[in-house]
Design a protein around this ligand. Structure first.
Ligand code: RB5
Length: 145
């Protein structure tokens, strides 16, 4: 089960992505926004990321205008490894090497077709572990210093 959210900059792309998830038969929770009203991206990022960090959802998807504000807010939450992706290579490798648990997308940057491909790679690519586990562990220890 995954969780998805957006501000007004990401609203339209989120609608495209939820349609794509439905088509793929992937279960998700959509925490809004549900109409294109203005919302501050940290107010969406925080509850979504806390739910992922608590293990209620396997992965999270956040969409704003650029993906950047969402990723900055997301990475303030302990346990979150959020990656902004605008290409398929990054989406694949942030799973393989960084074990990213939140994908951030820019609704004003990527089109719906590319965003769906990025989302699919993010959801379908496993973490490689091995030497990357050691690096991820070191990265997460930064939260305690
Ligand atoms: C909202 O206009 C915009 O700042 C937001 O969607 C996002 O791009 C922030 O990083």
């Amino acid at each position: 089960m995954i969780i998805i959210g957006a501000d007004q900059g990401g609203f339209l792309l989120k609608q495209e992505l939820t349609a794509h998830l439905k088509q793929r038969g992937i279960e998700f929770e959509d925490i809004g926004i549900h109409t294109p009203e203005s919302r501050d991206y940290p107010d969406i990022a925080e509850p979504l990321c806390r739910a992922v960090a608590e293990g209620k959802y396997e992965k999270g998807i956040l969409v704003c205008g650029t993906g950047i504000g969402m990723s900055m807010a997301a990475n303030k939450v302990h346990g979150i490894r959020a990656a902004v992706c605008g290409d398929c290579f990054s989406a694949r490798f942030t799973r393989l090497h960084n074990d990213a648990n939140v994908l951030c997308l820019g609704g004003r940057v990527v089109g719906p077709g590319l965003a769906a491909d990025i989302l699919d790679l993010f959801l379908d690519t496993p973490f490689e572990g091995g030497r990357h586990q050691r690096r991820v562990d070191k990265m997460m220890q930064l939260e305690n210093r």
